[in-house]
Design a protein around this ligand. Sequence first.
Ligand code: C2E
Ligand code: CA
Ligand code: CA
Ligand code: CA
Length: 275
Amino acid sequence: AKRNGRNRYELFRPELEAVSRLRRQMEIDLRRALHRGELQMHYQPIIEKAGCRISGYEALIRWQHPTRGPVPPMEFIPLAEETGLIHELGTRALNLACQEAATWTNGETVAVNLSPVQFKNSELVKTVALALEDAGLPAHRLELEITESVLLANTEGNIRTLQALKDLGVRISLDDFGTGYSSLSYLRSFPFDKIKIDRSFVRDMGESREAMAIIRAITGLSSSLLIEITAEGVETEEQFRQLQQEGCSHFQGYLFGRPVAAEHRMQEIGVHEIG
Ligand code: C2E
Ligand code: CA
Ligand code: CA
Ligand code: CA
């Protein structure tokens, strides 16, 4: 057994080292990316039910690595969170998005994702206020998307921070709704302006009664709580039609438009395009 243990140790160590070397390299690369401007924001339209107008855009970060090509946010956001780089990255994303939105002439909103780790920074409210001021963007045109995990750790402190953000005049959305634990109870802990139904429910609603039931529970609740509902990941006209019927107020997904660089931003949506 002892021998076996030793063999195992020797077998695993080089692999672990390789993994941590890769991580360290990625961290170095990400730090460099921040300073060399390899990070960019893309914008995906959010469609309003009434009149199929574009009411705003979600800002989604993109990293074009000089040799590896595009790195998906699901790969580098967790790394940024673990290394603390998320504070700088998050501030950068926020500033870029606010500056871009300030150039939009139809008063569209811009939605920016906040990592739960950013709530550990006591300067968060100041950072947001400064981003708005620097960009000259009215606060009501900024939406901050948070996930349920923000309400799990340091609950009271984070709710105070959310309230302070709301007092600035920005809107607060609850993102990826339905994927966490005791989801519905979170709606009582803070007056969210908007709920975003996670893409997985939209994807499954055609085949799964459970997914549909959850969507109904959310839309039912929202009408009594006066919260807007965005359905994410809308890819088909059938999904769009059903979600409209269920009372969703906003829609986002490839059916309407993919996230694109600011210069390619889709500014209008033709009704004919979406049936
Ligand atoms: P999210 O906030 O849930 O963003 C929505 C994701 O769904 C985006 O992926 C978007 O490209 C994708 N999506 C939109 N419509 C459709 C559709 O119709 N079908 C499918 N299959 N996918 C769709 P993306 O851009 O890869 O971002 C992944 C996640 O990375 C985001 O999920 C968010 O959690 C995180 N993220 C992205 N940008 C930022 C950022 O600036 N800051 C932070 N903290 N997180 C970010
Ligand atoms: Ca989001
Ligand atoms: Ca989401
Ligand atoms: Ca998601």
